[in-house]
Design a binder for this molecule. Structure first.
Ligand code: HEM
Length: 564
C-alpha cells in the first residue's frame, strides 16, 4: 500500500494538536476559578478559600507543565512537515506567534512561580496579583494563537506576493547593483513561482473578520472545560463523601462559571455560524449536509450524509430552519448557498464536519440543561443528594473535552481543501458572484513565470500544496509511531500524578497566609533564640527586615488578620 504524504502529515498534526489541546483549555478555565478563589480569600479572609486555591493551583501547575511539553512539538512540525505552508504564512504567523511568546508566555510562566511557590514568600495581595497575571497570560496566549488561526480562515490585512531570492555570482557571493542594492530574482520551484502572504495592515490582520467570534467562542469553550473539570472532581468527592465541605464550596463557584459559559457559547456560536456562512459558505454547507441552493433551506437534525449521491439519507429536518438561522429570516424561506454551488474539487469532506458539528452542539445543549436544572435543585436544597446528577458531573469533564476537540475538528476539516482559505469574489453589494457555470469563485493573484508568461493562482493555499516536499511519507509514518509512544507516556504520567493529587485531596485550611509553614521552617533551622522569640511573638531587627517573617510577626499577634 502506498503511503500518502499529505494524509499522514495531517494525521500527525491532528494527533499532536488534539493531545496538546487537552491542556490549554484546562489552564485557561481553571485560571479564572483561581482568580475567583484568590479574590474571595482577599475579601473574606476565610481560610477555606485559600485551601481551595492551593489545591487547584497544584493541579493547574501539573496541567500547565504537560501543556508546555506537548505544545513544543507543534512549532517544530511547522518546519519539518509543513515547510511550504510556513513560508506562505511566515510573515503573518511570525508576528502573532512572537507576540504570544513575548506578551503571554513570559507573563504566564513568570508569575506562575509566585503562584505556586509564593504562599510563604509574598503577601496575599501580591499573590492575588500573580494569580491574575497567570490567568491573563494564559488568555493572552490564546488570543495570538486564535488570531493566527482566524487569519487562515478569513485572511485580511495582507496580500499575496511572489517570493524573491538573492542572486549569487559564480563564487557564491551576493550580487548588488550600481546603487548598492541587493539583486534578487523570483523564487521558482518546479517551474512555478513561490508565493507568500505579506502583512499590509497589522491591525486588520489581527482583527480579521472571524477573530472576535472565534476568540470568544474558544475562551468560552475553555471556561467550560476548566469549570466542568473542577465540577467533575468535586462531584466525585461528594459521591465518595470525602472533603465534602471543600467540594461543595468549589462546586458552587465552578457551577456559576459553567452555567454562564454554556449559555453564552450557544448565543456566540449562533453568531459565529452566520459569520462562517458569510466567509466560508462551503464549510457551513458541509456542517449542515446542505446540497440544494434553491428554495428555503431545512435544518437537518439527524441523517446519514452521502457525498457521492449529494444528499442526506434518512433525514429528519426542521423546514426552513437553516434559512431562519443563517439569515435571521422569519419567513423561513430565504435560500442558503449549498454544496451544489461549490466546485467538487473545492468541497470539504462531509462526514467528519457533519458528525463533529452535531456532537459539539449536542453536548453544548446538554450542558445548558444540566447546569440550569442543577440551579433548580440547588434552590430546592437537594442538588448534592442526587447521586445520578453527581455522576453526570463526573462524566461531564470528558464531554467538555470531546466538545472542545470536535469543535476544532469541525472548524479545521470544514476548511478543507484549503489550509489558508482564499477570499470569495464579491460584487459591490457584498454578495458572492458566481462564475458562468454557477459555482462560487475564489480570488486569484498573479505572478510571472521565468519566461515572463503571466501565472495565476488562488489567493490562498491548498492543504496539498502546504506540505514539505522533501519529507517522505515513510518518515512521517515513523514519526507518528514515535509521537504516539511519547504522548501515551506523557498521558500516563499526567493521569498518574493527577490521580495521586485527587486521592490526596486538599490540605486542611490554614489560618492566615502561609503562616504556619514559615514558623516551621524557622524552627527547622534550629536557632533557639529565634524559636524562643517566635514562640513569644517577638522578632529581632534582622528578622523584621525580612518581608516573609515580618508578616508572621503580625500573624502571631493577630491570627487570621490582615498581614499583608
Ligand atoms: C451550543 C451551541 C454551539 C454552537 C452553536 C457552536 C458553534 C460553533 C461554530 C459555528 C463553530 C465553527 C467556527 C468556524 O469554523 O469558524 C464552532 C467551533 C468550535 N466550537 Fe462550538 N458551538 C457550540 C457549542 C460549543 C461547546 C459547548 C464547545 C466546547 C465546550 C465548543 C467549542 C468549539 C471549539 C473549540 C471550536 C473551534 C474553534 C472555533 O473555530 O471557534 N462549541 N462552534
Amino acid at each position: 500500500m502506498e503511503l500518502d504524504l499529505v494524509f499522514l502529515s495531517r494525521i500527525q498534526f491532528a494527533l499532536t494538536i488534539m493531545f496538546h489541546y487537552l491542556f490549554p483549555p484546562l489552564t485557561i478555565g481553571m485560571g479564572v476559578v483561581l482568580v475567583y478563589l484568590g479574590g474571595m480569600y482577599l475579601k473574606t479572609r476565610d481560610p477555606a478559600y485559600q485551601q481551595a486555591q492551593k489545591f487547584w493551583t497544584r493541579i493547574f501547575g501539573l496541567n500547565f507543565a504537560i501543556g508546555v511539553a506537548s505544545g513544543i512539538v507543534m512549532e517544530f512540525q511547522f518546519g519539518t512537515n509543513w515547510a511550504t505552508y510556513s513560508r506562505f504564512v511566515g510573515d503573518v504567523f511570525g508576528s502573532a506567534l512572537a507576540a504570544e511568546g513575548i506578551f503571554a508566555f513570559f507573563l504566564e510562566s513568570g508569575f506562575l512561580a509566585v503562584l505556586i511557590f509564593g504562599w510563604n514568600r509574598v503577601g496575599p495581595r501580591m499573590h492575588f496579583f500573580s494569580t491574575c497575571m497567570v490567568s491573563l497570560g494564559s488568555i493572552f496566549s490564546s488570543i495570538w494563537i486564535v488570531v493566527a488561526n482566524s487569519w487562515q480562515q478569513t485572511p485580511a490585512g495582507s496580500h499575496i506576493v511572489p517570493m524573491t531570492r538573492e542572486v549569487l555570482d559564480e563564487h557564491g557571493q551576493r550580487m548588488f547593483n550600481e546603487n548598492g542594492e541587493l539583486i534578487t530574482a523570483p523564487w521558482i520551484i518546479d517551474g512555478t513561482p513561490v508565493m507568500r502572504a505579506e502583512v499590509t495592515d497589522f491591525w486588520a490582520m489581527v482583527f480579521n473578520p472571524s477573530t472576535g467570534y472565534r476568540l470568544s467562542h474558544v475562551l468560552l469553550g475553555c471556561f467550560i472545560m476548566g469549570s466542568f473539570f473542577i465540577l467533575s472532581i468535586c462531584a466525585w468527592y461528594i459521591l465518595k463523601k470525602k472533603h465534602v465541605d471543600f467540594a461543595k464550596r468549589s462546586f458552587r463557584g465552578a457551577l456559576l462559571l459553567a452555567t454562564v459559559s454554556s449559555l453564552l457559547i450557544a448565543i456566540n456560536g449562533h453568531q459565529q455560524a452566520q459569520n462562517v456562512y458569510q466567509y466560508q459558505p462551503a464549510k457551513l454547507a458541509a456542517f449542515e449536509g446542505h446540497y440544494e441552493s434553491d428554495g428555503s433551506a431545512d435544518l437537518t437534525l439527524f441523517g446519514i450524509p452521502d457525498a457521492e449521491a449529494e444528499t442526506v439519507h434518512a433525514r429528519v429536518a426542521i423546514p426552513g430552519g437553516l434559512s431562519f438561522l443563517v439569515h435571521d429570516d422569519l419567513s423561513f424561506s430565504k435560500p442558503v448557498l449549498g454544496l451544489d454551488q461549490i466546485r467538487p474539487e473545492h468541497r470539504p469532506p462531509i462526514w467528519i464536519p457533519f458528525i463533529s458539528w452535531r456532537l459539539m452542539i449536542g453536548i453544548g445543549t446538554f450542558f445548558i440543561l444540566l447546569t440550569l436544572f442543577s440551579y433548580f435543585l440547588l434552590w430546592k436544597g437537594t442538588l448534592f443528594e442526587k447521586r445520578w446528577i453527581m455522576w453526570a458531573y463526573v462524566a461531564s469533564a470528558g464531554l467538555a473535552v470531546v466538545a472542545n476537540q470536535v469543535g476544532w475538528v469541525a472548524a479545521e476539516v470544514g476548511r478543507q481543501p484549503w489550509i489558508v482559505h482564499p477570499p470569495i469574489v464579491r460584487g459591490d453589494d457584498g454578495n458572492p458572484i458566481l462564475d458562468e457555470e454557477g459555482y462560487l469563485q475564489y480570488k486569484m493573484v498573479e505572478a510571472a513565470l521565468p519566461d515572463g508568461t503571466p501565472y495565476q493562482r488562488y489567493a490562498g493555499l491548498s492543504t496539498e500544496d502546504g506540505v514539505s516536499k522533501a519529507v517522505a511519507a515513510e518518515h512521517v509514518a515513523a514519526s507518528i509511531v514515535m509521537f504516539l509512544f511519547i504522548y501515551m507516556l506523557l498521558g500516563a504520567v499526567w493521569i498518574f500524578i493527577l490521580n495521586k493529587k485527587i486521592q490526596h485531596g486538599p490540605d486542611p485550611p490554614e489560618e492566615g497566609f502561609g503562616e504556619s509553614k514559615t514558623v516551621n521552617m524557622f524552627r527547622l533551622e534550629g536557632d533557639r533564640e529565634h524559636q524562643h522569640r517566635a514562640d513569644a511573638g517577638l522578632w529581632d531587627d534582622t528578622v523584621q527586615r525580612d518581608d516573609t517573617v515580618q508578616r508572621d510577626d503580625t500573624v502571631q499577634k493577630t491570627p487570621g488578620g490582615d498581614h499583608d
